[in-house]
Design a protein around this ligand. Sequence first.
Ligand code: URA
Length: 256
Amino acid sequence: MVHRDEILRELGLTPVWRRRALVAAEPVPATWVSNEPVDHPTPTAAIAPIDRLARIDTLDWTSFAPDVAACRACGLCQTRKQSVPGVGDIHADWLFVGEAPGAEEDARGEPFVGQAGRLLDNMLAALGMRRGENVYIANVLKCRPPGNRAPEPNEVESCRPYLDRQIALIQPKLIVALGKSAATTLLNVDATIASLRGRIHRYHGVALIVTYHPAYLLRNLPDKAKAWEDLCLARATVRKLQAEHDLQSASPTPSW
Ligand code: URA
């Protein structure tokens, strides 16, 4: 059988030109383009923000960590090793909130496990407390920003619903905001730690105290004394709230 190309050649009609668009329609295999894994998740925050918020608002502890792990709401899902949802006593009176996981947290999936975390554990010990016992530890961001850069506003806003859900589930008596990033995010102000510490703020109705980030304290040892003042204020606040709660439970309002 004579091949079609041979006939065309005999007729002087070769080479056969094809329309460029049709040729280009064949996708280039992703593995030719780069060595990056080809199944990068696509950030989806812009697609269904309302559905997403409604879903996060109804998460329980069983579904919380898997939901965070599956989150594609910002670009950090493409660079993290794993998400770092939080750790501790889910009925804690105390919630400590840092900025974002660093390299060690990203590797281990737990917040504050590096050098700053060891100082945080010592701060807890000074209060007679331990990680996991009446204490929950979380970050504003659940995924590590590459190179430990500061969180971007869109990352904070994408992740905030998770922190809000944690607060709603834990119902802590007190939030301790560790460092400027956590404090200004939670209080929605642009202010220094110096101007925010020493008083009781509120976040979603929960008492909130601001203190220095442990990583800052590692570099600025004299400010440890101020951080200790903040922790003493925090302890006095939890005790006062507990006493008020005990009083209310001892003499409930009569139904008449
Ligand atoms: N710094 C933070 O803010 N959070 C961590 O989990 C670790 C370091």
